[in-house]
Ligand binder design. Structure first.
Ligand code: SAH
Length: 246
């Protein structure tokens, strides 16, 4: 039994969590900060998404919550840009790794084992910026997570989400290519049925009262091994920047 399933009560506020998904991330946690590990793609995309967030919603002095922060790659880097960051996740081992890493690096980040929904009830409108990257495709009810993120943001606040599109190309690239051919990710990391089309994400964001400002693709060229933000190609990985009206 791993640390997550050993404390079902602690995850209880989050009916919106899949224990198998949390166990997957816990099992890999010790390698989170190894830039050549299963988390290599997160390390490689991090500078791109960090600059993108910082350009749209400058991080210095902002209060930020990173939902589904895992081992803290994005959370720490946002703190490095001068934000006051709280990272939350429901997998315990990645959070422990995040805490230890922050101790070593001296990053000004706090971490909590709490669901987005529970934190939203505790601290509604408590944050200038909410980030939720590569996480929605791992939860049973992504719209519930989005609604909680919307509640966490102050009026006028910014929110950033990223996920994976659902179409034959994303099946080929994100699952067959990444998990079976290039072996960038362990098999079973992603489930095709949980991928989210941009139109579906846009609908959920709208129903949660959020206004889309920008959508960008995140592309990977397997030949050059270069990741880049792509203004129009949202066919596989993509991210949206949205605002809460204020
Ligand atoms: N956002 C980080 C990590 C992405 S990996 C980054 O982009 O660098 C996906 C993360 O989502 C894992 O840490 C996993 O534990 C977390 N996660 C999955 N389901 C969750 C849930 N229901 N609530 C909170 N976190 C969850």
């Amino acid at each position: 039994m791993n640390a997550d399933t050993a404390h079902p009560d602690r995850a209880a506020p989050a009916a919106n969590a899949d224990p198998a998904e949390l166990a997957k991330f816990s099992a890999l946690a010790s390698r989170w900060w190894d830039p050549e590990s299963e988390f290599k793609p997160l390390h490689r995309i991090n500078p791109l998404r960090l600059d993108w967030i910082d350009r749209l919603a400058p991080l210095r002095g902002r209060r930020v919550v990173d939902v589904g922060c895992g081992g803290g790659i994005l959370a720490e880097s946002m703190a490095g840009r001068g934000a006051e960051v709280l990272g939350i996740d429901l997998a315990e081992r990645p959070l422990k790794v995040a805490e230890l890493h922050a101790l070593e690096s001296g990053a000004a980040v706090r971490y909590r084992h709490v669901s987005a929904e529970a934190l939203a009830a505790e601290e509604p409108e408590g944050f200038d910026t909410v980030t939720c990257m590569e996480m929605l495709e791992h939860v049973p009810d992504p719209e519930s997570t989005i609604r909680a993120c919307a509640q966490l943001a102050k009026p006028g606040g910014w929110l950033f989400f990223s996920t994976i599109n659902r179409n034959p190309k994303s099946f080929l690239f994100a699952i067959v290519g990444a998990e079976y051919v290039l072996r960038l990710l362990p098999r079973g990391t992603h489930e095709y049925g949980k991928f989210i089309r941009p139109s579906e994400l846009a609908g959920a964001l709208r129903r949660c009262g959020l206004e889309t400002v920008e959508m960008t693709g995140l592309t990977y060229n397997p030949i050059t091994q270069v990741y880049s933000l792509h203004q129009t190609d949202v066919s596989v990985n993509y991210a949206v920047a949205v605002r809460k009206p204020g």
